[in-house]
Ligand binder design. Sequence first.
Ligand code: ADP
Length: 354
Amino acid sequence: MKKIISSLVFEYMIIFVGVLLITNIVASTVVLMIFGFENLTILDTFNGIQKPTMIALRISLMSMVVGTFFIYIATKFVLKPINKLSEAAKKVTDGDFSVIIPSEGIIKNEITTLMDNFNLMVKELSKIEYLHKDFVSNVSHEFKTPITAILGYAELLASPTLKEDKRLEYAEIITRQSTRLSKLSTDLLRLSELESDQITIKSEIFRLDEQILDVILLLQSEWEQKNIDMDITLEKINFIGDKALIYQVWVNIIGNAIRYTNINGNIGVKLHHVDGRIIAVIKDNGIGMTVEQQNSIFERFYRVEESRTTEGTGLGLPIAKRIIVLHGGNIYAKSELNNGTEFVIEFEQKNDAF
Ligand code: ADP
C-alpha cells in the first residue's frame, strides 16, 4: 500500500512540474503575442543584462499559484481513496474484518476497482476467520470434555478408601474417555488429510459388494448384540477407487445405522446399479431425525442432542461425505423422527470397471 502511495506521489510530482512548465509557457506566449518581446524587457543598466518586466513576472507567478492549486486539488482527490484503503488495510492487519470502503458515488476508475476488490477480499477473509474460530472452539470443546472426565475420575481413583466396585467403574470410565480422545484425534487427522489438496486417491479395481459384506461381518457383534435383523441385497459390482477410503465410508454409515437403531430393529443394505450409476442404500428403522437435524449432519462435530449419550465424534459423516465427493459421488439422507433413516450413496459408473 505504501508503495502504491509513494509511486502515486512521485507521478503527481512529475505532473505538477509538467503543468507548471506548460502554464508558464502558455502565459509567457500569450504575453509575448500581445505586447511583443521588445516591450516586455528593459535594459538593466546596472548589470548590463535584460530582465523580465513586472507584467511577465506577475503572470508567471500567478500561473504558478493557479497550477499549484489545481494540482493540490487533483492530488487530494486521488490520494483520499488511497489513504482510505491504506487505513482499512491497517485495520484488517489488526484483525478487524468489519471494514468496508464505500466506493459508490465515486467515478469508476482503477482505484474504485481496487476498493471493490479489497472489500471482496475482506468479506472472504472474514468468512475464513469465522470458520476457523468456530472450528478451533469446536475442537477444544470436544477435547476438553473427555480430558476433564479423565482428570476427575483419576483423582477419585487416588482415594485410599475407595471401594473395589467404584475403582473398577472409574477405571472403566477413564478407559472409555481415553478411547474417545484417541478416536477424536484419529478422525480429525483423517478429515484434515482428506480436506487438504495433498491427498492422492488410489485407482484400484475391487468388488464393492464384497467390501460391503466384509464391513457387515466386521460389525456383526454390534448388530447381533442389539438383535438387529440385517436384510442384505448386494449386486456384483466392480468399482474403481481407493479401497481403504471407501471401506471407511461403509464402516461409518453402517456403523451409524446400527448405533442409532433400537434393539430388535431392522437394517437394510442394498447395492445395485441403475442407468450407469452405482447406488447403495442403507436404511434403518431407528431413532430418525427431524428435517433441521438432517440439514446439519454433514457438518463437522454436529451431533443430534439425543445422540450425545452414544459414543461418537460427529466426524463420521463429514469424513464419509468427503471420501464420496473425492470419488465424484454424492450422499444424501432421508429421515423421519422416530421412524428411521435412509442414506443413499451414488457414484458414476466407470466403464472400465467391468
Ligand atoms: P457420530 O459419531 O456422532 O455418529 P456422525 O458424523 O457419524 O457422528 O453423525 C452425525 C449425527 O448424525 C449423529 O450424531 C446422529 O445424531 C446423526 N445420525 C447419523 N446417522 C444416523 C442414523 N442412521 N439415524 C439417526 N441419526 C443419525
